[in-house]
Design a protein around this ligand. Structure first.
Ligand code: GH3
Ligand code: MG
Length: 323
């Protein structure tokens, strides 16, 4: 919109000044609406919903310029407002600027020349501010999406190690505060190198994707989450459940993997793809670190592998089971 297309609301109580200002504005090509005081100005502003800019006098009956500005700004209206003031009212004008006016204009013999300039300036400034707000909102949205993406594993689409690292500390502290248990499951595909060797890397990737989602589907509660920890290893975090509950989830994971029925001819433990799971559970104590529990779960995973794979081993433990 060029400056000349603007609809300007002129709020001025003095009929002589009003007529003169209206003349100047219409001569310059603006559409002009007029009000005799702030109250009328407000009514006209809301009535037409087409006012681009307001020029207002300060001292007026019923509602003065300052009150008008206050009303509009309180209502989150960001329409640019130029305050008209006499030379003697500079202090009031400064007050108006602090109150939310965008510019002030001195009513003197130069007003005809200064008017257009002040309007252009206020309008440009307003447009720039709006553009800045729009760009900032766009940037925030992009950053939010980027952050989400940076937490996702590119291959499987589930959360990645970065996300796990960020969340585990939070969950750990929460469990510590609540004196509630937290469980970690480390899950690793059995003989996956052999799988790649047998079926090729592409099929290996497909297998990883399916396994990731089958594991994720085993988690029912909103607070629980799973991430790809690295290569063909996954980590799940379950809060507010003890070892028994975590064992149930781990069994469900194995069950889901079995149901995928992905052939793995050369596996020494099954003709299908299987996983081994290490489980550890604790109620975090003051001064303890989540890495201790992760290490424990990792040891349990190592035991599950040592005991033949396709097993769940927990820190408890002689509780190991196979599917
Ligand atoms: P174990 O039963 O003891 O776990 O043996 P494994 O063969 O599964 O374990 P190992 O650590 O020897 O091999 C892991 C394999 O996982 C080797 C690596 O090529 C494969 N791998 C890791 N990341 C990916 C991936 O993104 N895609 C594919 N296709 N393979 C991967
Ligand atoms: Mg493996």
């Amino acid at each position: 919109m060029s400056t000349r297309d603007l609809t300007i609301l002129l709020v001025e109580d003095d009929p002589f000044a009003r007529a003169m200002l209206e003349q100047i504005l219409t001569d310059k090509g603006y559409r002009v609406k007029m009000a005799q005081n702030g109250l009328e100005g407000l009514r006209i502003f809301y009535e037409g919903n087409d006012v681009d800019l307001i020029i207002t006098d300060m001292n007026m009956p019923k509602m003065d310029g300052l009150e008008l500005i206050q009303e509009l700004r309180d209502a989150k209206q960001d329409v640019p407002i130029i305050v008209l003031t006499s030379n003697l009212e500079i202090k009031t004008a400064v007050k108006a600027i602090y109150g939310g006016a965008n510019a002030y204009l001195i009513k003197d013999e130069n007003i005809e020349d200064t008017f257009g300039h002040a309007i252009d300036h206020a309008w440009d400034h307003y447009q720039l501010a709006r553009e800045k707000d729009r760009l900032m909102a766009e940037l925030e949205e992009k950053n939010r999406k980027l952050e989400q993406l940076s937490y996702l594993d590119g291959l499987t689409g589930i959360s990645n190690r970065r996300y796990f690292d960020a969340i585990i500390t939070k969950e750990w502290r929460r469990s510590m505060r609540d004196h509630s248990p937290i469980s970690i499951a480390m899950i690793d595909i059995d003989y996956f190198k052999l799988y790649n060797d047998t079926y090729g890397h592409q099929n290996g990737d497909d297998c990883l994707k399916k396994v990731a989602h089958a594991l994720k589907d085993a988690l029912f509660r909103p607070g629980d989450f799973i991430a790809r920890y690295g290569g063909e290893e996954f980590v799940a975090v379950m809060t507010n459940i003890g070892l028994d509950g975590a064992l149930e989830v781990a069994s469900r994971m194995q069950h889901n993997i079995k149901r995928l029925t992905i052939p793995h001819e050369l596996s020494e433990v099954s003709e299908l793809v299987t996983v081994s799971i290490g489980l550890a559970c604790t109620v975090p104590q003051k001064g303890s670190e989540s890495t201790q529990l992760i290490g424990k779960a990792d040891n349990c995973l190592y035991n599950a592998k040592k005991k033949g794979r396709n097993k769940i081993c927990s820190s408890d433990d002689n509780t190991d089971s196979d599917d």
